[in-house]
Ligand binder design. Structure first.
Ligand SMILES: [Zn+2]
Ligand SMILES: [Zn+2]
Length: 350
């Protein structure tokens, strides 16, 4: 088998060959058909998250080791399974849930493996799908995609469940009040598609890129506001009829979180998803006086994935923009994503 690996932070990924693994225990071997390229891959490639004020959270401190085969949005065909893997059908096209935990810690026991204290996430802590083959530890992490095209299903594993899980945290509000979504990149546009499929009332986008605002309007947003405009806050307030009840920030920079907190109405909720980096100062009396809620959301759970795959298979999800490229062009794909020149999702195919 071959894979493209990060051998040195920030340097081009290197193509490496090794024997194709044989699944043992309950493992399942997938032949990769589609692997999405995600912003998290850029952070893994750089080797750190920016914490603002010149501070960094290094991937090495989180237990990420090099060389690493990235790729956590994968669809593959089941080609082999270990002797202890139950109910596995060779030939099935499956989405692999990558946010695999230890299964034993306090958080895993609450059903949130994605928040595990000792994570084993595919493409982050263990080998992912920038390769022609990938091992998955157990069939419970695999979801049959039915008739969905692999390149459309792959982004459900991260971009999709990240958007879906963030929307779920807003509860019934999405049916009654417009949702403000900051960042019309791949995850933001996916969120808009899911929001529509779930009968969401309306979505208002904020993005600093003209082309991305246009993409959001084309996809059905009722308004798209330039986050760098001097009156961006007033524009959000007027578009939401006085203030936002629900905001999802897919960027997560100092500027976007400050804008989002300022835009909330009393009782409003901000869900922060993006990992751009930065920090904010919030006057503590605002929590009580404005009764605002700030919540973080990181990818999604196995249950979220099961629900989202069912929604996608039902045909209710309009397709979010996807462009496919050959896996051999992975370095170019990462560079394009880094420069912001990508609308929607890039999916690599071997
Ligand atoms: Zn991702
Ligand atoms: Zn755990």
């Amino acid at each position: 088998m071959y894979s493209f690996r990060v051998c040195q932070c920030g340097a081009p990924l290197r193509r490496m060959e090794e024997p194709t693994p044989k699944p043992v225990g309950a493992e399942v071997l997938l032949k990769i058909k589609a692997a999405g390229v995600c912003h998290t891959d850029l952070h893994l490639w750089d080797g750190y998250y920016d914490l603002g004020s010149g501070r960094k959270l290094y991937m090495a401190e989180r237990g990420v080791t090099l060389p690493l085969t990235m790729g956590h949005e994968n669809v593959g065909e089941v080609v082999a399974a270990g002797p202890d893997a139950p109910n596995v059908s060779v030939g099935r096209m499956m989405l692999a849930y990558p946010w695999i935990g230890c299964g034993h810690c306090m958080v895993c026991e609450q059903g949130a493996e994605n928040l595990c204290l000792k994570p084993r996430s595919l493409g982050v802590f263990t080998s992912g799908g920038y390769a022609d083959y990938m091992l998955v530890p157990h069939p419970r992490y695999l979801f049959d995609i039915g008739d969905l095209p692999p390149e459309r299903a792959a982004p459900l594993a991260c971009s999709g469940i990240t958007a879906y899980s963030a929307l779920k945290k807003l509860g019934d509000a999405v049916q009654k009040q417009p949702v403000v979504m900051i960042g019309a990149g791949g995850v933001g546009l996916t969120c808009l598609a899911i929001h529509k499929a779930l009968g969401g009332k309306a979505a208002i986008f904020v993005d600093i890129e003209e082309s991305k605002r246009a993409a959001a309007i084309e996809a059905g947003a009722i308004a798209a506001i330039d986050g760098r405009a001097a009156d961006a806050l007033q524009q959000i307030r007027s578009a939401t009829g006085g203030g936002a009840w629900a905001v999802i920030d897919f960027v997560g920079s100092t500027q976007t979180v400050e804008l989002a907190v300022g835009a909330l109405t009393k009782g409003g909720k901000l869900v922060v998803v993006g990992l751009f980096g930065g920090n904010v100062t919030i006057p503590t009396p605002h929590f009580a006086l404005r009764a605002i809620t700030l919540q973080g959301s990181y990818v999604g759970s196995l249950d979220d994935t099961r629900e989202l795959v069912a929604l996608a298979r039902s045909g209710a999800l309009p397709s979010a923009p996807v462009t496919t490229r050959s896996l051999s062009n992975v370095n170019e794909a990462l560079s394009d994503l880094k420069s912001g020149a990508v609308v929607g999702r890039i999916v690599l195919t071997p």
